[in-house]
Ligand binder design. Structure first.
Ligand SMILES: [Fe+2]
Ligand SMILES: [Fe+2]
Length: 271
C-alpha cells in the first residue's frame, strides 16, 4: 500500500499580477480552472468540518494525528485559493459573487439536509476527485504550460492532496463502512461539484466577455489533454466504487518524492 507522511507547508500567493490567461495561454481553459479554484475556499472548510465532526469516534492515534494534519493542510489550501479569488477580483471578475453563491446554496441550503455520515461520505468522494486530479497534475506535463504563481500553487496543492488522500476515507470506514454510503457520497459529490463548477465557469465566461481583451501569447494547443483528464477521472470514479477499494491502492505518480522536495523549496523560498 502506498502511504505517505502528511506534511503541512504554508504557501502564500504573492499579491502581484496574475496573467489573465495563466493556463496555457487559453482564456476558456483559464476560466475553467479558475472556476474550479473558486470551489476550494468554502469547499475545504466543509471537508474539515465533515471530518472533524467524528474525531471523538477515532481510537487509532495515527488516524487522529492524520485528521489534524489533513485539517491543517486543507485550511492552508482554502486560504491560498481565497488569495487567488482576490487576484481574479482585481482583474475585473466578480469572484466574490461566485464565492458567495456557492457558500449560500451549497453550505447554507444543501449541507444541512444531509446527515453527518453523508457529509463525510461526500467529503471522502470529493477527496478522491482531488487526488485523481492531483495524479494528472503531478504525473503528466499538464502544469508545464501554466504561468506563475499558479504553477507553484497547483503543484503544492496536488502534492498535499496525494499525501492526505486516504484520511476522510479512513474516518468513513470507522463511522460507516457500508458500500451504499460510500456510493451515495460519490453521487452527491459528483452532482454538487460538477454543478457548481459549471455554474461558476458559465459566470466567468460571461464576465470575461465584458472585460477588455487579455494580452497574452497565443494559446498553446492542449490537444487531447482535457479529454484524457476527463477519462482519468471517470476511471478513478469506477475504481472508487469497487467494494474493496482503498485510496492507498492507487499507484502514486512517478517522481512524486522529487515533487515533494521541489514544492518544499518553493514554500521555503517564499517564507
Ligand atoms: Fe485541498
Ligand atoms: Fe483534500
Amino acid at each position: 500500500m502506498a502511504t505517505q507522511d502528511i506534511v503541512v507547508r504554508k504557501l502564500e500567493v504573492p499579491r502581484g499580477d496574475l496573467p489573465r490567461r495563466w493556463f496555457h495561454g487559453s482564456t476558456v481553459h483559464t476560466n475553467l480552472v479558475d472556476a474550479l479554484c473558486l470551489l476550494f475556499p468554502e469547499g475545504e472548510r466543509f471537508f474539515i468540518r465533515s471530518v472533524r465532526h467524528f474525531v471523538d469516534r477515532i481510537d487509532d492515534p495515527q488516524l487522529r494525528a492524520n485528521v489534524g494534519a489533513f485539517a491543517a493542510q486543507e485550511s492552508w489550501h482554502g486560504r491560498a485559493h481565497l488569495q487567488v479569488a482576490e487576484l481574479l477580483q482585481a482583474q475585473g471578475f466578480d469572484a466574490h459573487a461566485i464565492l458567495e453563491r456557492f457558500e449560500r446554496v451549497a453550505f447554507g441550503t444543501i449541507e444541512p439536509r444531509f446527515s453527518p455520515e453523508l457529509r463525510l461520505a461526500t467529503t471522502a468522494a470529493a477527496e478522491h476527485f482531488t487526488a485523481a486530479l492531483a495524479e494528472v497534475a503531478i504525473g503528466t506535463p499538464m502544469l508545464d504550460g501554466v504561468a506563475q504563481p499558479m504553477r507553484d500553487l497547483l503543484r503544492w496543492h496536488a502534492i498535499e492532496e496525494l499525501e492526505h488522500r486516504a484520511v476522510a476515507f479512513d474516518v468513513l470506514q470507522v463511522v460507516d463502512p457500508r458500500w451504499r454510503t460510500r456510493a451515495l457520497g460519490m453521487a452527491i459529490a459528483t452532482s454538487v461539484l460538477v454543478g457548481f463548477w459549471m455554474m461558476g465557469f458559465r459566470q466567468l465566461r460571461q464576465q470575461e466577455r465584458a472585460l477588455p481583451a487579455a494580452e497574452a501569447p497565443p494559446a498553446a494547443s492542449l490537444g487531447r489533454k482535457p479529454l484524457r483528464t476527463l477519462a482519468h477521472v471517470g476511471r478513478a470514479i469506477a475504481d472508487y466504487l469497487r467494494p474493496r477499494f482503498h485510496p492507498s491502492q492507487r499507484p502514486l505518480p512517478p517522481g512524486v518524492s522529487e515533487w515533494q522536495r521541489g514544492v518544499l523549496n518553493v514554500v521555503q523560498n517564499k517564507a
